[in-house]
Design a protein around this ligand. Structure first.
Ligand SMILES: C[S@@+](CC[C@H](N)C(=O)[O-])C[C@H]1O[C@@H](n2cnc3c(N)ncnc32)[C@H](O)[C@@H]1O
Length: 296
């Protein structure tokens, strides 16, 4: 049986060096670096989470405490390590049709309501996946839109925009190529209509790519949601802001939501993760269903 390095050492009885501990002042510094340079506002109370996630990185770098690591992050060569740090603290977990109720609602109510108010007739109906990770959320919305336009909605103009902090996740989103396991959640007719199978297996398995007709309708930008000053001028009719608020403390959550609300067009919808329903809808938004809000 294969073990990860930590497990095999433990199983073999070898003594692991004790995990480096973060002092309160180091935790404060790390949190400030994460906030100011990495776009993550992880509360300083989450010290054990940081120790756990970063312990292995420190060991790999041969460091036995956090203070030289913090010096490395702040040093001349720190940018690469800061990117690595951000990547190691976030998860890119996503899937086609994740939290399916949102897509059912979009298909049955959201898109028809937007079409009825004329959205997509003169200018594009824009769907923005604001923390798109590797793209499955955005491509699910794109397929849904294409199908709706071939069916009940009739021809509409539309674009999908994917943004994320992570360059590596964005590259995958833009490449739009997925493994057999990753497309398992897609119905058979969606696969045959919207995915092209690789002509040759890659690593012994075929991979599947979203068709060019949909890829042409997508734009991608690297965006730090905590840094509105550097956001391109995106405005949208539907904003997916799902499973990303967990990376922000409460004040930053409020700021991010406020910022995105200003970019939501009137009559448009904001969708948050199902476990991230807002206690208080932001001013100007009315709740439609749990985790779905409309801008009036
Ligand atoms: C768990 S994924 C969510 C993917 C998708 N929205 C979903 O619900 O399936 C969280 C994503 O948020 C991104 N993220 C974290 N902090 C961010 C920030 N400050 N600005 C933009 N994206 C951020 C991460 O890079 C990651 O890809």
């Amino acid at each position: 049986m294969a073990f990860s390095s930590g497990e095999s050492a433990a199983a073999g009885g070898a003594t692991l060096p004790s995990a480096p501990r973060l002092t309160a002042s180091e935790a404060g510094l790390l949190v400030a670096i994460l906030r100011d340079h990495c776009g993550l506002s992880i509360p300083a109370e989450n010290r054990s989470f940081l120790e756990l996630r970063l312990g292995r990185r420190l060991r790999n770098l041969g460091l036995t405490s956090f203070s030289p690591y913090i010096a490395l992050l702040l040093g001349a060569e720190g940018a690469t390590e800061r990117q690595f740090l951000a990547e190691s603290l976030v998860t890119h977990t996503t899937s086609f049709f994740r939290e399916r109720a949102h897509f059912d609602w979009l298909n049955d109510e959201g898109l028809p309501a937007l079409a009825q108010q004329g959205t997509g007739r003169i200018s594009d109906l824009v769907v923005w996946s604001a923390a798109c990770s590797t793209g499955q959320e955005l491509w699910t919305a794109a397929i849904l839109l294409d199908r709706a336009c071939r069916g009940p909605l009739g021809r509409l103009r539309w674009t999908v925009v994917g943004t994320d902090l992570s360059r590596s996740a964005l590259r995958r989103a833009q490449g739009a190529t997925y493994s057999e396991e990753e497309i398992a959640g897609l119905p058979e007719d969606w696969r045959s209509d919207y995915l092209l199978r690789s002509s040759r297996p890659v690593g012994g398995r075929h991979v599947f790519r979203i068709i060019p007709e949909l890829r042409r309708r997508a734009q991608f930008h690297q965006i730090n949601l905590l840094d509105p000053g550097r956001m391109p001028g995106i405005t949208a009719d539907i904003i997916f802001l799902r499973n990303v608020l967990i990376y922000f403390d409460l004040p930053d959550q409020g700021r991010v939501i406020h910022q995105l609300c200003t970019r939501l067009r009137r009559g448009g919808y904001l969708l948050t993760g199902h476990s991230e329903s807002l206690v208080q809808p932001p001013p100007g938004l009315v709740p439609v269903q749990p985790s779905i809000y409309r801008k009036d």
